[in-house]
Design a protein around this ligand. Structure first.
Ligand code: GLC
Ligand code: CA
Length: 632
């Protein structure tokens, strides 16, 4: 049935209808037995990825790099990091993806390079070198006794000052991350021209788009002012006010965007340190010609204390999640922007361990029974993928992988962020302060990036779960003694791909169904609007997606309403369906769908929808979706 809608016509785009699978190359699959995942390993699992039902594959960086920050420190933008493979392997990867109708998205890391990049080696060699101005150099400040001090008080994201002194020239260079990751000077047109050349080079090779690392940091306030003191316990302060979304950001993004547009390429920019959606809209507004979508961090920061060390304890609460989700969903929909949807990536703890409400109300260490773990993975899949936006699934999320075990000690961690954090902590509390250290370790096991970096669990085979491909593990020269570069999760016998593929009831099988539902009712789930049904409940999250049908504007929209019901708690809850008095007829619409619609997805059999009694009874971590399509 057609209706005369006053809503603006929907703006279709292939990248809105797609979903993305992220691969962390070092931890995906090792084909040659050196303990490090590689491109041939990825190629061997393309059918696994295709079968999940995603459309795009994004690989974290594979370019040449000393690996101080796992490839986010690039020393040559035209070569592959040898342990990952060769340029030929990349060609074969692209071919294999395209043959399956999948697209390839590459990680573009150009806010900074490695200090081993030829440009930086030139730049640091002398202030007169032509490459000097490719990076950001400043004269020292001096303290009372004449010792050089950094030009301002900015803190690096990996701890310490964001400036390192080059003793030879007595100038500091800026690095918002490790000192081995000097920031490029995007205000220099030669730098931008070179970035454009890199982008075209890879697009011409067949790459379909880019995930662009910390893209909102490329334009800094030219005055480089001191940051306000937001954490008085620290010497170095958060300077993001002066480098996140700086004055020239959108000029530079438009230049990039015009190249991307030529190729109809996909783009997702990573944008930490922004909470104002209006700011992000400038980059993703449909007609702005900048990026397709952006990763913001508000949801991922939900269990970080505000303006303080992220490794201090802070509770996850559902009302906060609802508020944040609703804020971004509504804003982007109402303003022709677009959301990138994610709750996991290579920089985050696993979502099952972080974003569910344990029965016993303790957050760490998180214990969860296998049955509840499956349900939790499924519930979170439903939560994520049916929102308005493009869903991103991080390797292992589709298997319900969880955080590292409580047995992990500091020696098990590999990530520079954690190792630096630990070192600072030990310097600050030198007397082997067990309380502080134990607390930090607990928080590392909850939020550190290494939680997401343990190897993929392909099967139950000992000792490496098929991560190191069996033929090579047996034949490699050290007699199979090679270990993965980072510890494997002990639970691989139970939790692995071989057990889940083909099992509808597994987390993997469920993800496949969620992505199928999103496609089957695409107009509702991709283009529909979003409404929060019940803001107050501390355990249950219910949202509604709706679109009016019609072909008045020639778009043939299939209208309908969907209600997504999610119990984030590990216990049984009676959810009270809102009454008619609830905002704008929301309660009425929801009841109509629950009563007359069709359950299209659920992680339990036989939903207990008792609208007559004004309630829905939800079992632990239950999720289901009801659709009422127009004309049905
Ligand atoms: C991004 C990456 C992260 C990296 C940082 C510096 O946040 O996702 O892994 O450490 O940028 O490049
Ligand atoms: Ca390898």
């Amino acid at each position: 049935m057609a209706s005369t809608s006053t809503a603006p016509p929907i703006k279709r785009a292939w990248w809105k209808e797609s979903s993305v699978y992220q691969i962390y190359p070092a931890s995906f699959k090792d084909s040659n037995g050196d303990g490090i995942g590689d491109i041939p390993g990825i190629i061997s699992e393309l059918d696994y990825i295709k079968n999940l039902g995603v459309d795009i594959v994004w690989l974290s960086p594979i370019l040449q790099s000393p690996q101080v920050d796992m490839g986010y420190d690039i020393s040559n933008y035209y070569e592959i990091h040898p342990p990952y493979g060769t340029l030929r392997d990349v060609d074969a990867l692209i071919e294999g993806l395209h043959a399956r109708g999948l697209k390839y998205v590459m990680d573009l890391v150009t806010n900074h390079t490695s200090d081993q990049h030829e440009w930086f080696k030139q730049a640091i060699s002398s202030p007169q070198n032509p490459y000097r101005n490719w990076y950001i150099w400043k004269k020292p400040k001096y303290d009372a006794d004449g010792t050089p001090q950094p030009p301002n008080n900015w803190r690096s994201h990996f701890g310490g000052s964001a400036w390192t002194l080059d003793p030879q020239s007595n100038e500091y260079y800026l690095h918002l991350y490790a000192k081995e990751q000097p920031d490029l000077n995007w205000d220099n047109p030669d730098v931008r021209a070179e970035v454009h050349r890199i982008v075209r080079h890879w697009l011409d090779k067949g790459v379909d788009g880019f995930r662009i690392d910390v893209i909102n940091f490329i334009s800094k306030d030219p005055a480089f002012p001191d940051a306000p003191i937001t954490d008085p316990s620290q010497k170095w302060q958060d300077g993001s006010k002066y480098y996140a979304c700086g004055p020239k950001l959108h000029d530079y993004l438009r230049e990039l965007g015009s190249i991307l547009k030529e190729y109809d390429a996909f783009s997702v920019g990573e944008m930490p340190c922004v909470s104002d959606p209006a700011e992000i809209l400038k980059a993703v507004g449909f007609d702005r010609g900048e990026l397709s979508m952006v990763f913001h961090f508000e949801i991922m920061d939900i269990d970080h204390p505000p303006n303080a060390d992220k490794y201090l304890p802070y509770p996850f609460t559902l009302p906060t999640l609802k508020r944040l989700v609703s804020k971004w969903q509504t804003f982007m929909h109402d303003n022709s922007g677009w959301n990138a949807l994610y709750i996991e990536n290579h920089d985050q703890g696993r979502s099952i361990s972080r974003l569910t409400l344990p029965h016993n109300n303790t957050t760490t260490p998180r214990t969860i029974t296998p049955h509840h773990r499956t349900l939790a993975g499924q519930m979170l899949a439903t939560f994520l993928a049916l929102q308005s936006g493009t869903p991103f699934i991080y390797q292992g999320q589709e298997l319900g992988m969880i955080n590292v075990s409580p047995h992990w000690t500091i020696h098990d961690f590999r990530d520079i962020e954690i190792l630096n954090h630990w070192q600072e902590l030990c310097e600050r509390y030198p007397n082997d302060n067990n309380v502080v250290q134990e607390r930090a370790l607990r928080e590392y096991r909850l939020k550190s990036r290494d939680n997401a970096r343990t190897p993929m669990q392909w099967d139950a085979s000992e000792p490496w779960a098929g991560f190191i491909m069996p033929a090579t593990a047996a034949t490699n020269e050290s007699g199979g003694g090679v270990k993965p570069w980072i510890g494997i999760h002990e639970d691989y016998k139970e939790w692995n791909a071989a057990r889940q593929v083909g099992d509808e009831k597994s987390v993997y099988g469920y993800w496949k169904r969620v992505l199928g539902v999103r496609k089957a009712w695409g107009d509702i789930f991709v283009y529909g609007d979003y409404g929060l049904v019940d803001g107050g409940d501390e355990r249950v999250f219910v949202y509604k997606r709706e679109i009016r049908g019609g072909d008045g504007d020639g778009q043939g929209v299939r209208g309908g309403i969907a209600v997504v019901v999610l119990n984030f708690w590990e216990g049984e809850v009676e959810w009270v369906v809102p009454g008619d008095e609830d905002d704008n007829g929301m309660g009425e619409a929801v009841r109509r769908v629950l009563e007359g619609g069709k359950v299209v997805l659920g992680n339990y059999e036989g939903q207990r929808i008792e609208t007559g009694k004004g309630k829905v009874v939800l079992r632990p971590l239950e999720a289901f979706v009801v659709v009422l399509a127009e004309g049905e």
